[in-house]
Design a protein. Structure first.
Length: 172
């Protein structure tokens, strides 16, 4: 059995997709728009990789990026050799799973292209606003999506396994 990052990456939307692609992606998995937007709330945790921002910085700077984020990205991600460098998000609660991600993107502090787009598109904006105002609704919608994603295309038999430790393939 082999583990494939490329195969795993195909099961999650790319950071630079449009809202139309975002809607289509989750629709193919039978996940509603509300739940798809909730799943982007996972961006509230952790760090970002410079390679996810290259299209927003080159050849021209994306005008939707906040000036402070633009300066930070240019400092950290300016060299092509640094495309795998990481940086901390500007979310004050980087290590806490909460609805601050939605509050941030409504205030222009988005990092990924899709974050920016869902905060401006009339189809997704109502959910962004609702989740920014109501953390419990966000949590419930996120849980629903997480459960759907975790049961989507589960590999069984020779194709998959339940790992004893999630970071490692089981050794027999």
């Amino acid at each position: 059995m082999s583990v494939s990052k490329q195969r795993a990456d195909k099961e999650l939307p790319a950071a630079d997709i449009s809202v139309d692609e975002f809607i289509g992606f989750f629709s193919q998995k039978n996940i509603s728009l509300e739940v798809g937007v909730a799943l982007t709330g996972a961006h509230s945790l952790g760090i970002g990789h410079c390679q996810n921002f290259e299209k927003q910085l080159q050849p021209v700077i994306d005008p939707t990026l906040s000036p402070s984020l633009t300066v930070m990205l240019q400092m950290i991600c300016s060299s092509p050799s640094l495309s795998d460098e990481t940086f901390m998000t500007n979310d004050a609660t980087t290590f806490l799973f909460d609805n601050c991600y939605f509050i941030d993107i409504l205030n222009g502090r988005e990092h990924l292209k899709i974050d920016s787009e869902i905060s401006r598109d009339q189809r997704t904006l109502p959910y962004v606003v609702a989740f920014a105002k109501n953390q419990k609704w966000f949590f419930n919608s996120f849980l629903s999506g997480f459960m759907k994603l975790s049961s989507h295309k589960v590999l069984v038999g020779e194709e998959g396994e339940i790992r004893r430790e999630c970071r490692f393939v089981n050794s027999y």
